[in-house]
Ligand binder design. Structure first.
Ligand code: C2E
Ligand code: MG
Ligand code: MG
Ligand code: MG
Length: 279
């Protein structure tokens, strides 16, 4: 009781806490409104073959263009949305939008590549997820192998059995799964053993500190080795410099995602990329 009182006092009188609460209140209200007002859009970032620069697939990344605040970073609003059920509507909006875009590209005669979509655990764990995905793919006539879901490790812990079941059902129809941001947070090698991910994405913190030699290089090398040994496709995220790229090439990293090839870009730019095919 005393502790509770103490906490609320602190919340009431800390200007920092006030402003954080104020900010998140407005962010949440803004998010609800944004879905209604169509303020979200998607950018796509290519994942490329390290050796040739050929585009292998794309990652869909959500963007929010607020009429007054301008562009709000997903790093700011996704965590907030995840605390509420808004993340479910947001996630569905992204999948729907991506499927619609893939269908449009196919109708335009573009040579499409698979697209990965980040899926929060809250969505994945909802009872209707598998059915929803199947229905959405069917609605837009999308072959399941053109959709990949990216899941972070933190969303697996505590729900491993459930996640495993969902993955098995969707993998049966051809959807693939990537383990995102691998090596951060709650890394556990048992996830790799128990859940059959198609793809391992090495988190950008390792890649971006490769220049420091020592530990980050050793970890990156081990993760590459591990993925090869487990027969997983492996992608290094956040590659920005030629130094990082050279290191990854030397150590047989087959796929790269990062600013060195392209930032996330809009659909028009992607259409140009798809015609050229190589970055
Ligand atoms: P993520 O899924 O790990 O996405 C990769 C992030 O790394 C993206 O940030 C991308 O712009 C950034 N990135 C790629 N290459 C480079 C590089 O070379 N250097 C640097 N510094 N950054 C690079 P973004 O778009 O800001 O997204 C941040 C996170 O927000 C994502 O991390 C993901 O966890 C979440 N997110 C983004 N879009 C969605 C979405 O549609 N749904 C959900 N649930 N989460 C999303
Ligand atoms: Mg991702
Ligand atoms: Mg990532
Ligand atoms: Mg991330």
């Amino acid at each position: 009781r005393a502790k509770e009182l103490g906490r609320s006092d602190w919340q009431l009188y800390s200007p920092l806490m006030d402003s954080a609460a104020y900010k998140s209140y407005h962010l949440e209200k803004g998010l609800r409104n944004a879905l209604l007002q169509d303020e979200f859009f998607i950018e796509y970032q290519p994942k490329v073959h390290a050796q040739s620069g050929e585009i292998d697939s794309l990652e869909a990344l959500i963007r929010w263009n607020h009429p007054e605040w301008g562009r709000v970073s997903p790093g700011d609003f996704i965590p907030l949305a995840e605390e509420t059920n808004l993340i479910i509507d947001l996630g569905d909006w992204v999948l729907e939008h991506v499927c619609k875009q893939l269908q449009r590209w196919k109708k335009q005669g573009e040579k499409v590549v698979p697209v990965s979509v980040n899926v929060p655990s809250k969505r994945l764990l909802k009872r209707d997820f598998v059915e929803y995905v199947e229905k959405t793919l069917a609605k837009y006539e999308i072959q399941p192998s053109f959709i990949e879901f990216e899941i972070t490790e933190s969303s697996i812990i505590q729900h491993e059995e459930h996640v495993k079941k969902v993955m098995e059902e969707l993998k049966k129809i051809g959807v693939t799964f990537a383990l995102d941001d691998f090596g951060t947070g709650f890394s556990s090698l048992s996830h790799l053993k128990d859940l059959e991910f198609n793809v391992l994405k090495i988190d950008k913190t390792f890649v971006q500190n490769i220049g420091d030699k020592g530990k980050h290089q050793a970890i990156t090398k081990s993760l590459l080795y591990l993925a090869h040994a487990l027969d997983m496709k492996v992608i290094a995220e956040g590659v920005e410099t030629t130094e990082q790229l050279d290191f990854l090439l030397q150590h047989d990293c087959p796929f790269i995602q990062g600013f060195i090839f392209s930032k996330p870009v809009g659909k028009e730019k992607i259409e140009e990329y798809l015609r050229v095919r190589f970055l």
